[in-house]
Structure formats: C-alpha cells, structure tokens
Ligand binder design. Structure first.
Ligand SMILES: *Cc1c(COP(=O)(O)O)cnc(C)c1O
Length: 224
C-alpha cells in the first residue's frame, strides 16, 4: 500500500467539527485500504457498485455500516437490501418504492437520502428542488413503511470557483430547512445534510453539512 490511509483519515477526521460524520468512500480501492481505515476506527464506508460492494461486505468486519452512494438501478436494490445501512442518492420515486419493497422482504427499514440536483452540470442525477417538492407534496411516500427518509444529499458542481460551490451548498441547506419545516418537523431523524467530497468538504461543513463523503483525500486516486 503506497498510501498512508491511517494518517490521511485522521487528518480528515481532525478537520471535521463535532457532529459531522465521515463516510469513507472506498470504491475501486482494495480491501486492504478499507482494513487500514477500519483499524483506526472508521466504521462507515461508501461504495457505488453493487458487485464490488457485495464482495467487500463478505470479506470485511460485520460492524461496518455500508452506504450506497452512487446512482442505483432499481434492479440492483434486491442485492443490497439485506444489509445496506443507508442509500445516499435516491433520485426517483420509482427507486424509493423499490427500496421499500425489497426492505419489506427482509423486514427492515432502510434509511435513505433524497439526492438533489442543484449543480449546473447536465449529467448529474437527482431531484430538482421543484421535483422534490412535488414528490413530497404528492404524499405517496408516507405509505412506504420500510424506508425512512433521513435527509438530503447533493454534489456541488466540480469547479474551482469556491463561491459557486458555496452557493449551491447553501441552496441545498436552505432547501433542507424548507422540507424539514413542511414535512419532517416531527421527525428528529430527518437530520442529515450530505454534501462535501475530497475537494470541497471543508466548504461543506461551513455550509451545514452533517455527513461528508470523502474518498481520494483518504485513499488516494482511484485506479479505474
Ligand atoms: C466518488 C464519490 C465521492 C468521493 O469523491 P472524492 O472526490 O474521491 O472524495 C463522494 N460522493 C459520491 C456520490 C461519489 O460518487
């Protein structure tokens, strides 16, 4: 291993204020890298490919909380439903319904975040704020007893312009407040704001992130 995972991890953790959790994004990294992070206390890991995730789940300690962080195809939900702790990027009502259906089969409630599309980039998945409002207003999600909406997630535009990143993250934070007020005022567990990756997590914590998703700054560059 030519990356000092333990040192990098401790550095990132040291930069996080109390109450902000770290999802260590380990996609494309071998299990030795995850073990090095685990050895210094990391328990939450995020992966974005079902097969890679399932393999790691089988090989690594059972007290790890696994997050699915990428775009999830509905036909893959059944494979991760038995064990996944959180699905971080729910980007359609169809996916939410499928997660509910598969979670029910295992008598589980799966925590999810709704992914917002706020960045200006065309290719990003997620609900626009208007689409998200519409889905929540429509109300069918209330009948899905095997999913729990725990908060919102977003990725800011991949740009150097810090003010642009900040603007998008604050838009997400303000939208969180709106949704909290209108739909989740009585639900203390609707509390997560997941934004911030390696290049922008320090901005994210200033923009009220509660859950950063950091890969490269811990594990080094991914080899695809
Ligand atoms: C890969 C990925 C990350 C981590 O990105 P880094 O730049 O390596 O920190 C965070 N969130 C999502 C959704 C990702 O797909």
């Amino acid at each position: 291993m030519n990356v000092d995972v333990a040192k990098n991890l401790q550095q990132v953790v040291g930069n996080l204020p109390e109450g902000v959790s770290l999802v260590a994004i380990s996609k494309f990294h071998p299990k030795e890298y995850l073990e090095a992070a685990y050895a210094v206390g990391q328990r939450i890991f995020g992966e974005s490919h079902e097969q890679e995730l399932s393999k790691k789940v089988a090989e690594l300690p059972k007290d790890i909380e696994w997050h699915f962080i990428g775009h999830l195809q509905t036909n893959k939900v059944k494979y991760i439903a038995p064990y996944i702790s959180m699905i971080d990027a729910v980007d359609s009502f169809k996916l939410l319904k499928e997660i509910n259906k598969q979670a029910a089969k295992h008598d589980r409630v799966i925590n999810v975040l709704l992914e917002l599309h706020i960045a200006k980039e065309e290719t990003k998945y997620g609900f626009t704020p208007d689409a998200c409002r519409e889905m929540l207003k429509e109300g069918q999600w209330r009948e899905l007893n095997h999913v729990h909406i725990s908060g919102l997630m977003m990725m800011a535009s991949n740009v150097d312009d810090e003010s642009q990143i900040r603007k998008e993250m604050m838009e997400a934070a303000n939208f969180f407040d709106e949704v909290k007020r209108d739909y989740f005022a009585d639900d203390d567990r609707f509390c997560e704001r997941s934004w911030g990756m390696s290049h922008d997590y320090q901005i994210a914590v200033e923009c009220r992130s509660t859950m950063v998703r950091v890969g490269t700054a811990i594990f080094g560059p991914r080899v695809y």
